[in-house]
Design a protein around this ligand. Sequence first.
Ligand code: ATP
Ligand code: MG
Length: 319
Amino acid sequence: MVSPTTMAAVRASGAVPKAEYLLAVEGVRKEFPGVVALDDVSFRLKRGTVHALMGENGAGKSTLMKILAGIYTPDKGEVKFKGVDIRLKSPLDALENGIAMIHQELNLMPFMTVAENIWIRREPLTRFGFVDHGEMNRKTANLFKRLNIALDPQAEVRDLSIANRQMVEIAKAVSYESDVLIMDEPTSALTEREVAHLFTIIRDLRSQGIGIVYITHKMNELFEIADEFSVFHDGKYIGTHASTDVTHDDIIKMMVGREITQMFPKEEVPIGDVVLSVKDLCLKDVFHDVSFDVRLAKSSAWQVLSAPVVRMWRKHCSA
Ligand SMILES: Nc1ncnc2c1ncn2[C@@H]1O[C@H](COP(=O)(O)OP(=O)(O)OP(=O)(O)O)[C@@H](O)[C@H]1O
Ligand SMILES: [Mg+2]
């Protein structure tokens, strides 16, 4: 086992062997109280590829990526980075080793500027040891130019839309010049045009040899951007395939663990009274004019809503 510090030194010296895989995960297990989030999981990421991770809610996708980003420590198993065993101690450790992650929940400081958020803890300093804001803004403007992002480096993050915050997160991850970039459902708040822009950035990074892990629930994105994909189900690794080798139905079958014809088994349920009625609900920059009724039925009301809607509802409305 090589310590991350040694690994960083080896990496800086350029002596790392040109391993076939940027990342190779073998037999990883992770338990949380009462939940086995990952059970004997494998995963391999090649250089210069986009590798999609698919699976239903709770399949373990984010947990695996959080292990690779130094947030969680696995209970068991091996993680090799460029052919060398690593055990990351923190997200900073992962970043310094060349693994950056853009999280499902955005992690920016709302009262700081865009530039301050990007260069936090590595701000350029003047010769008197103060933060060099001019240089920091210049570096941010250059980064944005490279990524074709039209944002003011001095804007405060709290004034940005969710989509623009997402772009800042992406720019921040890219600024670490990482070998591996992990994106956890990056398009959930983006419009079609913004998604197209993101895909241009991803293709550009891929052509530079960066390995990109792309977690998504959206099948069209998998076929458009991913070279290969791995499927997880209930914390278990199901398999990896080239995205050109499979159909939409094959993937669904792998994800749900049964035939597509059984995905929504027909069940007669008596429909009851309306117990919750939502009319024209809006949350700035998140959703608009959402209306629906929930009626009493034999199955739980939440079960009839799709998982992403439930998640969004819980996240934004329960408070
Ligand atoms: N910090 C935690 N503490 C306890 N349980 C957790 C924690 N993080 C994840 N879990 C549980 O581990 C399992 C896997 O969760 P994970 O977030 O990795 O799934 P996912 O595939 O990313 O799902 P989604 O598509 O909803 O984002 C779930 O049962 C989840 O509830
Ligand atoms: Mg997740």
